[in-house]
Design a protein around this ligand. Sequence first.
Ligand code: PLP
Length: 373
Amino acid sequence: MGTLELPFHQPSLSALESQYLLEALEDQYWGGGQWVERVEAALEQLYQRHVVVVNSGTSALHLLLTLLVERGDEVIVPTWTFTATASAVVHAGGVPVLADVNPSLHLSAEAIEALITPQTRGVIVVHYGGVPAPLEEIQKICEHYHLWLVEDACHAVPAWYKGKLCGTFGIAATLSFHATKPIAAGQGGAIIFSEKDYAERARLLRRNGIRRLSNQPWLYEVEALGWNYMLSDFQAAVALAQIERMQETWSQRLRLALQYTEALATFPELEPYPCHDPNTVAWHLYPVFWRGTTADRRDLLLQRLWRRGIRLGVHYKPLHLHPAYKPYIREKQQFPTANQAFQEIFSLPLWPDMPLDAVDQLLCLLREEIKSI
Ligand SMILES: Cc1ncc(COP(=O)(O)O)c(C=O)c1O
């Protein structure tokens, strides 16, 4: 029985990450200092917006939502996402309203409109896998109902919708620098704000609401009750190198994605996740559908492949199927598209330095196992 040692993900390490990390160590500051500022400056240059760096994508969502949500406010989120998109709403005092998704596993204007009540204040859109969500129709519906729009762009660095960078469409967007993400720093995250006042408030709250007194810098005042959501300079140094190498690692991801798509054209059992233009996608994930199967058969396939060294994943088991989200399901609410996709979907490995020939080797083993199930 053939095996293939292939991790699901591996961050891309070059001499630049090592150099910056060593420099940050040798600076002997080690808190969140000049390296954090350099990451903010680099992202501000990229997005042309105000950027506040924090210590995870989860913290970014939480901190942002504390600025936007009042107790009891409803926020519409896709059921097809990572838990932090919705749990952050709860931690900020709001109520997440889970929406079913369209066939490309994104929110749609139709799904949003059906869930709006007098308590609805905003929408969080997720660019699943790095494929832009239908932003134009979502923006229109938000404007029509006076709702704010946040982009959870944790997968979408970089991705473009109609030529414009994802992360620049709503009132704010969030990024993650988790080890598996396109900008990987171990942990980390950022909030991209359209409004400077929000960014300044977030900057205060991420460091326990502390403001240093300019005329007595040895003293500080606690101006608001915040959190310690600071990123350390070590992580920021790695993040900065990754941002500077983003074009290179994105091109590597794109090349692998094109290779998968080409190889899958002769693999009728598996259908690639739909995208209109591969050049606009961040390629954080490469999901495929095994059409007509069940979650049990899909899990058997993944179990067999794990035994052969290939660690495939499922993104996602939708939120409404998790016990913690039971209280947030409305009476008689149905999620037919997400339920169907959860039966059939799994993600193939895709990371910048993954060897191109691993694609064919992997698909060969996959085909062998699918035929035997
Ligand atoms: C869509 C989405 N949002 C938010 C997060 C949270 O990011 P982090 O792991 O950096 O807290 C993730 C992480 O996987 C994610 O995939």
